[in-house]
Design a protein around this ligand. Structure first.
Ligand code: HEM
Length: 418
């Protein structure tokens, strides 16, 4: 077992973190034999934590709050201002209950129905457009999931000439936010554009105009009331609506990793004959592949927990990628082995691709059932396709956020199964 919080030598680690965002924390901690290291990120005092035991401290300590935790650059792009990610305590639990209601239970069936219907449309489109090299999978999945998200939430499609811009803007939020300077600026503009458009729809819906479908998530968010009985400010309601639309489109990243895993581990296809096997495969893709590097909080009042000391005002980053590979919890964590999920249910602090703890109480993602259901649907369909990539050219760009295969994966044979 590793103890305590070590000290990084570098005065600031922003560049080192950016150079290896998924592995920086685990490597720095391993080098010192600790569960955390203290240093600076974006010039601010920061504690970097890794591993399941540290994850428990991160989620269960009442001194670790979210309201001024995320950097402004992320609020302006990926996250948005005033949304559930930035709330604490009772206000957070109340808002979170809305998301859990919208994203679990019967909602999963409704999502799958929308996704199945749109897959058929995407498949036909892909079939017509099949070229020698096939269709680029990542943009194809973005398109499928954009159409699915809008239909499921009951948001009207923008006019045909604005649709591609709208889809592109949604992708920018998660795919360009942490890229080059021009990409980041595009993501900022995309958020402004999307919030303005959705804000107008929300105001119309509140004026009883039938913009959103009556039984959809969009209308529920537009009409949601905080504990004080008031509706959300229009801009915040738009942020929360984007909080369900954007991540559905972002599941395209995980679907890309499913295809990567199918190519590299052909023997794992045998698992896809049963529902439990498909689930095990999807869970191992979520555990193994890089997507969301870290979660962020800020210390309000110095404290000690489980041998870790935190100073007032520090930022805390929890390593999500490395924690899902914690060698104290996982056998051979760096091997892709879906069968590990056939034996045991994952722990709430050791399996954290979408955050840890309890989704109702903590900031753990409320969309895990959605992500798993969409990935399971996609992996069943993709298992019968052919792919351009040779298995010796499947290296991963770990510097990109989110990480992706260096070579674009293209698939052929998405047409109707005979
Ligand atoms: C929160 C990852 C899919 C909605 C989070 C967090 C992570 C995450 C890491 C933050 C955990 C924390 O701060 O402690 C992912 C990944 C996904 C995904 C990798 C795959 C695409 C979804 C889906 C939805 C969704 C499909 C909804 C349709 C949310 C919301 C939050 C959240 C609303 C904020 C929760 C809170 O602050 O309490 N997600 N997520 N996510 N996710 Fe997801």
């Amino acid at each position: 077992p590793r103890h305590g919080v070590g000290q990084l030598q570098a005065w600031d680690s922003t560049l080192a973190f950016a150079a290896d965002p998924y592995r920086f924390i685990a490597r720095a901690c391993a080098a010192q034999g600790t569960r955390g290291v203290r240093g600076r990120l974006l010039l601010q005092p920061t504690v970097f934590l890794t591993g399941a035991a540290a994850a428990r401290v991160f989620y269960e300590s009442p001194q670790l709050l979210r309201h001024d935790a995320a950097p402004g650059a992320l609020l302006a792009t990926l996250i948005g201002r005033g949304g559930v990610q930035t709330l604490d305590g009772a206000a957070h639990r109340h808002r979170k209950a809305m998301f859990l209601h919208l994203l679990r239970g019967p909602a999963v069936g409704a999502l799958l129905q929308a996704a199945e219907a749109r897959w058929t449309r995407c498949v036909q489109m892909a079939h017509h457009g099949d070229t020698a090299s096939g269709q680029a999978l990542y943009p194809l999945m973005q398109h499928w999931l954009f159409e699915t998200a809008m239909a499921w939430a009951g948001v009207p499609m923008p006019p045909a000439d604005e649709r591609p811009r709208c889809e592109r803007a949604m992708v920018d939020l998660f795919d360009s936010a942490a890229s080059s300077v021009p990409g980041h600026l595009r993501a900022r503009a995309s958020r402004r554009w999307l919030q303005r458009w959705l804000g107008r729809c929300i105001e119309d819906a509140r004026d009883a105009r039938p913009v959103f479908r009556a039984d959809g998530a969009a209308l529920a968010i537009a009409l949601h009331r905080d504990p004080d009985g008031l509706r959300l400010p229009t801009e915040v309601a738009a942020v929360e609506l984007l909080n369900v639309l954007r991540p559905i489109v972002a599941v395209s990243v995980f679907v890309t990793w499913c295809q990567h895993a199918l190519l590299l581990h052909p023997h794992a296809r045998a698992l896809l004959d049963s529902d439990s096997g498909v689930l095990a495969f999807v869970q191992e893709v979520r555990r193994f592949y890089p997507f969301f590097p870290a979660a962020t909080a800020r210390v309000h009042g110095a404290f000690d927990a489980d041998g870790l000391h935190f100073r007032d005002g520090e930022r805390v980053l929890l390593d999500l990628y490395g924690t899902s590979r914690d060698p104290l919890c996982w056998e051979q964590p760096d091997e892709f082995r879906p069968a590990r999920f056939l034996q045991a249910a994952p722990g709430r602090y050791s399996f954290v691709p979408q955050g840890g703890g309890d989704a109702a109480l903590h900031h753990r993602c409320p969309g895990e059932d959605f992500a798993v259901a969409l990935m399971a649907l996609a992996v069943r369909r993709l298992a019968g396709t052919r792919c351009n990539a040779a298995t010796d050219d499947l290296s991963i760009d770990m510097r990109r956020l989110p990480a992706l295969p260096r070579m674009e994966l293209c698939v052929r044979g998405l047409g109707p199964v005979p």
